[in-house]
Design a protein. Structure first.
Length: 307
């Protein structure tokens, strides 16, 4: 090696170390909710993956993604790509770990990546796409994940978008099921006997039994459940702050801490309530009843009609 090489090699090594360290820091300075400025600042970090899950809830599709997306983002349609599946007649359920590993790895995501999940950012219903995918990553034991507060709309209002399609190289992703985040029918039955806090995140009309989901066998709510409607957890696509969420739970008669099960019709809105409780308020005993009222009513569960 010549004299120039003796000087250049250490410089290149130092640059590589700085680059790698910056990438590692990108994954550690993220909160469960990140804003558009954070995403813009980290969009080029090699271990940050922006996952755009816009879908038919807001009339979005792959074509919409190609017309404009956060630079470097990869696309996966929440309603069509396999994030949820039908099981025992109940739609919208958590797929097998193996299926999710294949889906996530196919998006170029590995276990070292920090994933930022991006919904359209128009409403609570829409933001449930992001929180449900977020919850899925958590259920798989992947804690390096955030939701873009305000969704795609928040980013698009401030920064330039990219066009076209990004095809990621497949990666290896390994999940490890975290059952403490999931409540099943048997656990809900036990919760009814023990007085565990039950948070119904459906619109008030459904909570009271004046309307129901088409897949549910009958209207009503779980006996003793309290209503925190999904639409009150966000202002459009932006989450209410911690104090507001705490006030909503108190108003509904729910504790801020302790055993709690969030539910809705099929676990979509419930992920929004779980995110607010588990991630924003920090109640690590909160769970999602994946099957929710559809699973409960199709299997003869007792309901309470309040209207």
């Amino acid at each position: 090696m010549g004299i120039a090489g003796l000087w250049i090699a250490p410089i290149l090594a130092a640059a590589a170390l700085v680059f790698a360290t910056a990438g590692a820091q990108a994954a550690t300075d993220a909160e469960p909710l990140v804003d558009a400025a954070w995403v813009h600042a980290h969009k080029d970090d090699p271990n940050v993956v922006v996952l755009d899950v816009r879908n038919g809830i807001t009339d979005d599709s792959r074509e919409t993604f190609e017309q404009g997306h956060i630079p470097g983002a990869v696309y996966s349609n929440y309603l069509q790509a396999g994030w949820r599946t039908k099981r025992d007649g109940v739609p919208g359920q958590l797929p097998s770990v193996e299926s999710l590993e294949s889906l996530i790895g196919g998006l170029g995501i590995d276990n070292d990546d920090h994933v930022v999940v991006v919904a359209a950012g128009e409403s609570a219903l829409d933001m449930g796409s992001a929180t449900r995918v977020y919850w899925t990553f958590k259920v798989l034991g992947h804690d390096r994940v955030s939701v873009l507060n305000g969704g795609h709309a928040a980013y698009a209002s401030r920064y330039q978008l990219a066009q076209g399609w990004n095809q990621p190289a497949a990666a290896q992703f390994a999940g490890q099921l975290q059952p403490q985040l999931i409540a099943d029918r048997q656990e809900v039955a036990s919760a009814l006997r023990s007085g565990t806090g039950l948070m119904d995140n459906r619109p008030t009309k459904q909570y009271r039994g004046a309307a129901k989901h088409p897949a549910a066998a009958k209207p009503g709510t779980l006996p003793g459940a309290r209503n925190v409607p999904e639409s009150r957890l966000t202002n459009g696509g932006t989450f209410a702050d911690k104090d507001r969420i705490a006030a909503l739970l108190k108003e509904a008669g729910l504790e801020r801490e302790g055993d709690q099960i969030a539910f809705c019709n099929t676990g979509h809105w419930a992920s929004l309530g779980w995110f607010a409780s588990h991630e924003i308020l920090g109640n690590k005993q909160a769970k999602v009843y994946d099957g929710s009222m559809t699973d409960w009513t199709l299997n003869g569960g007792e309901v309470e009609v309040l209207s």
